[in-house]
Design a protein around this ligand. Structure first.
Ligand SMILES: NC(=O)c1ccc[n+]([C@@H]2O[C@H](COP(=O)([O-])OP(=O)(O)OC[C@H]3O[C@@H](n4cnc5c(N)ncnc54)[C@H](O)[C@@H]3O)[C@@H](O)[C@H]2O)c1
Ligand SMILES: [Zn+2]
Length: 365
């Protein structure tokens, strides 16, 4: 039986199980009537993750499979519509159970489709990237990208469960591991200094070998995200903005590069720039800033900020949907493991703080 991550009630609006092998869906709570499952995954991923697909076929007799193309650029209304039409064509009714197997792009898209298909059918998330395990599949946010911006259309539609199987990561490319790692550093920086030091000093190769270090990585990050989601499940109070640490500058760097830098690379740089800004404002100590810098150096995250002037970065941050109502908000750190202000409070990222911060990083280098 899948190992529940939480002894008591889940802090998420759904349970989470974590197993070292394949995801174990035995814990899926039975419904009154039997459900008709459909596996939604990405083209190519079905063969790459054949052991997981086979085990789902064993679990659900006659399982049907629908695939969508891979890539963030396919997280669209058009792909969602195609998915819905395919479900209708095959006669999927209100008894549908969507099994979403993939990274965050797939779980966002399939979860959203499940949320509106016949006004909502149940779904489960089976995350297959580190980022999806520790971030994207958790908390019930689903959606697609639209011409006006990323993730601007979607639903809160909690899955019946998030089923993590660490062996799915065996085929994950290093670049994708690093995307997840940056989010783990974020969780540590904002919520747990000891965990931050653990992530900051453990080589990626160690995590990739699996076992205890990987388990600790995923389990702790899930728990830390849970603590945040529990107090603001529907993103109403602003407390969930803590999960946006590093992303104010990170998104700006992604946009400035024309989305050429990876999300993880941009977030890692963003974490350092934002820590530096907090340091320039006297909220974070210099030695703590050095710990952040050392973590990035240890994992060889590139310093993407040094290609741009601070004013350019700030201007790009203003383009982000979260900052359209005037000032650019960010999460200033008070220490490694703690924000300077208790959530939901944030601070304005001023040009002088960012400029001063970037100067501090350069002095340190
Ligand atoms: N809903 C939320 O709360 C939330 C939070 C954070 C991020 N997100 C979203 O998550 C998305 C990013 O997710 P991601 O980083 O998982 O990207 P992704 O889903 O694009 O996956 C990255 C790549 O890895 C491939 N892949 C997936 N699993 C694999 C495996 N086990 N082995 C080999 N290859 C595999 C995918 O096909 C893809 O090519 C973004 O769209 C972002 O907006 C959502
Ligand atoms: Zn992110």
């Amino acid at each position: 039986v899948g190992t529940s991550l939480f002894a008591g009630p889940s802090p998420f609006p759904h349970p989470v199980t974590l197993d070292e092998g394949l995801p174990d869906l035995c814990a899926l709570a039975p419904r009154g009537a039997p459900l008709r499952p459909v596996l939604v995954t990405q083209r190519g991923l079905d063969s790459l993750l054949a052991p997981a697909v086979d085990s789902l076929r064993d679990r659900f007799q006659g399982l049907e499979i629908l695939t969508v193309p891979r890539g963030e650029r396919h997280k669209t209304r058009a792909e969602k519509a195609r998915l819905e039409d395919a479900l209708l064509e095959r006669g999927f009714d209100r008894d549908t159970l969507v099994l979403a197997l993939g990274g965050g792009v797939l779980t966002d898209l399939a979860g959203f489709a499940a949320g509106t298909y016949l006004r909502g059918v149940p779904w489960v998330a089976i995350p297959s990237t580190l980022l999806a395990m520790v971030d994207a599949s958790l908390g019930g946010k689903t959606g697609v990208n639209v011409p006006g911006g990323k993730n601007l259309v979607g639903l809160f539609h909690a899955p019946e469960g998030v089923f993590i199987g660490l062996s799915l990561l065996d085929t994950l490319p290093v670049r994708e591991w690093r995307n997840g790692l940056a989010e783990c550093l974020k969780h540590g920086l904002t919520s747990d200094g000891e965990y931050f030091d653990f992530v900051a000093s453990t080589p990626l190769a160690t995590f990739r070998r699996g076992g205890v270090p990987l388990r600790r990585l995923v389990e702790t990050s899930v728990r830390l995200k849970g603590t945040v989601v529990a107090v603001d499940p529907l993103e109403r109070t602003g407390a969930r903005f803590l999960l946006n640490a590093g992303h104010t500058v990170g998104h700006a760097l992604e946009a400035l590069s024309g989305w050429k830098v990876t999300h993880g690379g941009a977030v890692a740089s963003g974490l350092l720039c934002e820590a530096a800004a907090a340091c320039a404002e006297g909220r974070l100590g210099r030695p703590e800033l050095s710990r952040v810098r050392d973590a990035l150096a240890f994992h060889r995250f590139e310093p993407h900020w040094d290609s741009y002037a601070p004013a350019q970065v700030l201007e790009a941050a203003r383009g982000d949907k979260k900052n359209r109502s005037g000032s650019v908000r960010y999460v200033p750190l008070g220490a490694v493991g703690r924000p300077a202000l208790p959530p939901p409070h944030t601070a304005e990222l001023t040009l002088s703080a960012l400029t001063g911060g970037l100067r501090l990083i350069q002095e340190d280098a």
